[in-house]
Design a protein around this ligand. Sequence first.
Ligand SMILES: *Cc1c(COP(=O)(O)O)cnc(C)c1O
Length: 355
Amino acid sequence: MNENKYRGIIQKYKKFLPVSSKTPVITLNEGNTPLIYAGYLSRLAGKNMEVYLKYEGLNPTGSFKDRGMTLAISKACEENAKAVMCASTGNTSASAAAYAARAGIKCIVLIPSGAIALGKLSQALIHGAKVLAIKGNFDVALDLVKEVTRDYPIKLVNSLNPYRIEGQKTASFEICDYFGDAPDFQCMPVGNAGNITAYWKGYKEYKNLGLSRKLPVMLGFQAQGAAPIVRNKPIKDPETIATAIRIGNPASWKTAVEARDESKGLIDMVSDTEILQAYKILAAKEGVFAEPASAASVAGLLKLIKKGYFKNKKGKITCILTGHGLKDPERAIKTVKTPKVMAANLKSIIKEIGY
Ligand SMILES: *Cc1c(COP(=O)(O)O)cnc(C)c1O
């Protein structure tokens, strides 16, 4: 195969990843997602600020989870695993199911019953995963998965699996490669906190290798009803429309706090109303459709702009848009006005569109 053709994050960044020539690479050509300049948000942020959207919804299964999953599944295959398992708010299960299908191994998924978006559930099912909807939330599901994978020959592929974090850190590499350096600020949603951990690890590694000069200030955002890190205590019944970050006891809590503190950043929370506002602004003003959890990064950005956080500052802000808007079509439909039904009549259509 031609080495110059893009074949996913393992091929592209193998020097920085725990792989060898013996690792079977299970890939869907994930990564290499666009960093899109956001004109409307840049103007709001101030004259010395530039805002960019890292559109991770354009990964093969529609979320950033693919970066970690290609590595987790490749390593599971290298270790001769025949089955993988995860708890999921949706996107992890979609990704695990797709990569397991590609690898020809079994995938078992525990999801909180009734709390995952339709697009994600349909993905896990169509890829042939064994999907079990449990009467409990994500945190309960993850505890069960930890027990099962401890006692049976099944690999855990939640972000507690260190290969997930390793794969996900490649998003920082792409951003640094694109700008020629790290951004000044990064806004991102925080759920189980694996992703903020991965980005921070990636930024630090690139800098230590002399491949970038600076480190970004990390700005993480949880949903108000699911903000254990902000409130400094686990939340027993987390609640938010942003189901991908509806997590009350993040697995990577400690490393998220390290990323926040080492970068002199912050982890704050945004309300569902603010998330939905940002969700609509992204779609209507920037032309980018991201799922509600992803919009939390932009909701956070808008909150900080309002507070004057970027006043007298300059530089680049990256907002991580973690998943595609089509993942949660029901939310989109609920957020907009349903189309007007009219007669198939030329005159009334012309009148309706205002000509
Ligand atoms: C998983 C996920 C998150 C949260 O990432 P963590 O690593 O759990 O913090 C945010 N948005 C989307 C779309 C996700 O799928």
